[in-house]
Ligand binder design. Structure first.
Ligand code: NAP
Ligand code: G3H
Length: 486
């Protein structure tokens, strides 16, 4: 099924108007595995002319697609979910090689995506419009009724990050197309192969020609051109705050949905179940080497219980398996590239130089950073504020819950936070005051389940994802007002 998406020499093609096309130019980007630097494939660096053609194709196809009944669109999504699961072995293998995610997490990303797609179809079938009587507003009579339905926006540009190359592409594509938009997917360069496989899955399921198209090429080269293209009607972006901010500065009059960086805090109070807190901190802080926006990225713990928590976290870190996801079932994998590993090393050195106590890790082998824990981190250290996107966790000891809230809120980010306590009043006291999209009480920070609202405030994003929320974001109300003559 996937043969047509690449040529024999492993050069991948793009899905454009229902055809898998090679680039007209001889300009390709090599995708190397973060595990062993082997070549996983090559992708076209598309030209502006090619981008124009893709977007015009999407624009044309959207008109007919918007007229297809929702139940027919839903059937296509159900099929796509089935095809994804049927091909899980091949897709997971590509994911392991392309982005270095461990095999278990790669497989679970694929099954989660199939569930997401099915739930999107279910949700869209159950969305209904509303009719609003005019006479509920002062001065109006019963003769005016607004009938409100939902309309697609047009061409949605979906830009996905490297770390969830199937899930964070599908979670844009499925809600966009179910409501009648067409989509242009620009996957992260490292992650493009997974994105192209996913596009093939949707095509195989019956998504009509032109409704889903792909663009490959470096964001730094074609990104600005794509996001400012006159025929893009909505941008759904997941990635760094740096790139998200740039997109929001250079675009105008195009609605944006952005999920960006985070510095999620786990706040541990004196009465917390420390075993539960430590388990969640390690699971939330280190999986996929912390290359997750929602990873726990700092621990704010009440001084009195800090020693005990540190001992428990240290003990659990020592059980994490570090290594090569191609051969072992590991927790800690090589970071996505050398630049990412160098950045994490810099943060580690800064913390060491400024006097933080190294409890675990701190060492590196190539692009593998061993799971690292620092205690007695102070607010002058970079690790207190910056998002490492690598397995290093700072512990900041605090006097009380108000100091924890104050430090938590000083971050530029506002994605999620976790609070560990047995006291529901304290949990609500803290949750009410934290400037984040979501507060998890007695659980790790995480996006799922995927029908929950997922959003970041401050530098962590614009708008809200989550199945129903994403559908609503990528559609608009259309009001038809009936003025009764009698
Ligand atoms: P990134 O470097 O910002 O890249 C994200 C996407 O943007 C990629 O497809 C990239 O393409 C593209 N891009 C780069 N420059 C662009 C430009 N000028 N215009 C348009 N697109 C451009 O992020 P990443 O390294 O893939 O992911 C890590 C970051 O994403 C972290 O900060 C993490 O917290 C955040 N993230 C947030 C969430 C969330 O839901 N809040 C989820 C996942 C990740 P190229 O690959 O070709 O550069
Ligand atoms: O990397 C950002 C993702 O949105 C995080 O999703 O919490 O399921 O790992 P996750």
């Amino acid at each position: 099924m996937f043969n047509c998406i690449k040529s024999e020499n492993n050069v991948f093609k793009n899905l454009i108007n229902g055809q898998w096309l090679s680039s007209k130019e001889d300009n390709f980007i090599e995708i190397n595995s973060p595990i062993d630097n082997s070549i996983v494939g090559k992708i076209p660096a598309m030209t502006k002319e090619e981008v124009d053609f893709v977007i015009s194709t999407a624009k044309r196809a959207q008109k007919d697609w918007s007229k297809v009944p929702i139940n027919e669109r839903a059937e296509i999504l159900y099929k796509a979910a089935d095809i994804l699961v049927k091909n899980i072995d091949e897709l997971a293998e590509i994911m392991v090689r392309e982005i270095g995610k461990d095999r278990k997490s790669s497989r679970s990303e694929i099954t989660r995506t199939a569930d997401f797609i099915r739930f999107t179809a279910d949700t869209a079938k159950n969305l209904s419009g509303e009719s609003i009587p005019g006479d509920t507003f002062p001065g109006y009579k019963r003769n005016k009724i607004s009938v409100v339905s939902r309309e697609p926006l047009g061409v949605v540009l979906a830009i996905s990050p490297f770390n969830y190359p199937i899930n964070l592409a599908a979670s844009k594509i499925a809600p966009a197309i179910i409501v009648g938009n067409s989509v242009v997917l620009k996957p992260a360069t490292q992650g493009s192969l997974c994105g192209l496989y996913l596009a093939k899955v949707f095509q195989e399921a019956g998504v009509p020609n032109g409704v889903l198209n792909t663009i490959t090429g470096k964001g730094s080269e074609i990104g600005d051109y794509v996001v400012t293209h006159k025929d893009i009607n909505f941008i759904n972006f997941t990635g760094s705050t740096e790139v998200g901010t740039r997109i929001s500065k250079i675009t105008s009059m195009v609605p944006l949905l952005m999920e960006l960086g985070g510095k999620d805090a786990a706040i541990v109070l004196e009465d917390a179940d420390l075993e539960l807190a430590a388990t969640n901190i390690v699971a939330g802080g280190y999986s996929y080497s912390s290359q997750r926006c929602t990873a726990v990225k700092r621990i704010l713990v009440i001084d009195k219980v800090a020693d005990e928590l540190v001992a428990k976290v240290k003990e659990k870190i020592s059980k994490l398996k570090v290594g090569n996801p191609l051969v072992d079932d590991v927790d800690i994998v090589p970071l996505i590239n050398k630049k990412a590993a160098d950045y994490v090393s810099e943060l580690i050195e800064d913390a060491k130089n400024k006097g933080a106590d190294l409890v675990a890790g701190g060492n590196r082998d190539g692009n593998i950073i061993f799971p690292t824990l620092f205690d007695n981190v102070t607010t002058d250290m970079r690790i207190a504020w910056e998002e490492p996107f690598g397995p290093v966790l700072p512990i900041i000891r605090v006097k009380n819950k108000d100091e924890a809230i104050e430090i938590a809120n000083k971050s530029e980010y506002g994605l999620q936070s976790a609070v560990f306590t047995k006291n529901i009043d304290d949990a609500f006291y803290i949750a009410d005051r934290l400037e984040v999209g979501t507060v998890q009480v007695n659980g790790k920070t995480e996006r799922g389940p995927d029908h929950f609202p997922f959003l970041g405030v401050k530098a962590s994003g614009i708008g809200t994802q989550g199945i129903r929320y994403s559908i609503e974001s990528m559609s608009r109300p259309k009001a038809t007002v009936i003025n009764l003559l009698k």
